[in-house]
Design a protein around this ligand. Structure first.
Ligand code: ZN
Length: 209
């Protein structure tokens, strides 16, 4: 195994002595059978604990649905889930909403998403009761990883990994196809000129990156 790959992946031994690479990220994918009008995943919530030193017995888990909300800066939890978990507030948060603002209690929870994607010690604010969801997953969680939503063939696929490992850039993909075969030092085919009227080299124009 090349050293580069060894740095990227940890290794663990299975009982059969086979050593398998252990990727350095966790991921979940949800494939809808049609176009999704919103992104919802199963989630289970517990009172916060340190996963490296879990209490015995583990705190009660409440399964519910999480709405992925890129319009929410912070994650939120409904009063009914708070009640099921018997959570105690750790503070308050002023929440601005249509028609004014109000002060809501905050709680510390652990979040368990499908396929072992989990977050410990998440501060969540209590929100209004919402039909069908117990949890709103906000940007502070989404921003810890890479999220993609694709709709190829009218099927919404949502994929998320933590931590973030790379950017996705469809413009770069387009440029790669459009300018395939152009050398880095060739004049850029777009014809853009510098101050002296000379066509800029591809590597300094559309060939950047
Ligand atoms: Zn160009």
């Amino acid at each position: 195994m090349p050293a580069r790959n060894r740095r990227l992946h940890g290794y663990h031994k299975l009982s059969g002595q086979r050593i398998l690479p252990s990727p350095n990220f966790k991921a979940l994918t949800i494939k809808h059978s049609g176009l999704a009008s919103r992104i919802i995943t199963a989630v289970s919530i517990t009172a916060a604990f340190d996963p490296s030193n879990p209490p015995n017995p583990l705190p009660a888990q409440v399964p519910t649905s999480a709405l992925w909300d890129t319009g929410a800066s912070r994650s939120a939890i409904t009063p009914s889930v708070v009640k099921s978990l018997c959570l105690s507030p750790i503070g308050t948060q002023v929440v601005n909403h249509f028609g004014g603002s109000s002060t809501k209690p905050t709680y510390l929870v652990n979040l368990h998403l499908p396929n072992n994607v989990a977050f410990a010690g998440v501060v969540v604010t209590e929100c209004e009761e919402i039909a069908h969801f117990g949890f709103i997953l906000g940007m502070e969680i989404i921003a810890r990883g890479d999220l993609s939503i694709t709709n190829y063939d009218n099927q919404t696929w949502v994929s998320f990994r933590v931590p973030s490992l790379a950017g996705i850039d469809y413009v770069q993909e387009f440029n790669k196809l459009q300018f395939a075969g152009v050398g880095r030092n060739d004049p850029c085919p777009c014809g853009k000129q510098d101050a002296n009227g000379k066509v800029i080299k591809f590597k300094r124009c559309h060939g950047l990156n």
